[in-house]
Design a protein around this ligand. Sequence first.
Ligand code: DP6
Length: 343
Amino acid sequence: MIPAARGAARARSNIALVKYWGKRDRALNLPAVGSLSITLDRLWTDTRVEFSARQQHDEFLLNGERAAAEATTRVSLVLNLLRERAGQRGGALVESTNNFPTGAGLASSASGFAALVAAAAQALNLRLQPFELSTLARRGSGSAARSIFGGFVEWRRGERADGLDSHALPIRPPRDWPLQVVVAVTSTEPKPVGSSTGMSRTLASSPFADAWIKHQEADLDQARSAILDRDFLALAEISEHSCLKMHALAMSAQPGLLYWSAATVECMQRVRALRAAGVAAFFTVDAGPQVKVVCEAAAVTQVVAALSDVPGVVQLIETGLGAGVEVMEPTAPLAPVGSSACA
Ligand code: DP6
């Protein structure tokens, strides 16, 4: 082992327009369904990894504080895969900062694991293809597979039992269709039931699980076509459908999962009213109470005006579509915690 090997990377968060919910293999983190997302420009994780012969165990600092044991174990699991490929041993010090609220339904695990694999691969001098980074990031968190790429991204479910074909692929770069996103933050508290637990409860107990899986390929086909045609209304319809269907499925688990607050519902109603009035905007919501509104650039001002006085909305973040993972100088400063600009 080289005495100290360092790497650093920045990865951006993503939001799914056609949702991933449910796993077919928990150990390999293989999804029951494919999914499709957009990568966000202004919400990111910066991660620095330093492997050292002196370091006995992996240490994980998240936003400047020692992370919980469970989070450190998940990081170690992913680092073990990279260490194995590199034929290296030795622990790592991992420092990660998010410039947005962590664990509150803003996909910090997506940007986090995408940044982690890219930084660790650089530190270990592994020259991996983006799809290989995506497969590795998936092992940390499914949605992280998509944050390796920028713009519009599809994560193929894959068919293989070993999961090697279950990785993301880019569909269109941001410049092809520069949509904007307004994130309405309604709570910065960590969500009560994490995605992994929520998904396994749902597949084990919802009477609608089979129907969810059965219709996903058709939803993906529709979303892909809408993106290729740059057909905003078609993308709006399929995205809201997938979002509401995922939440209906989660609500039908036992006990039911309810990620929304009153503010979430009010934001969704206002976005629907805007669209009915001809404004190019639609909503999507993940496993938390935040509402992400996707819109054309000309609609941002109207979206912000419509959401800013919703009771319970504590912050509005405006962002465009962003790039895939980028390696950084290992000595570069990490993003200041919680620095993303407010509208
Ligand atoms: C609702 O990727 O967080 O955001 O693979 O268990 O880490 P794990 O799940 P995660 O789930 C994301 C679920 C979602 C929908 C989506 O991003 O597609």
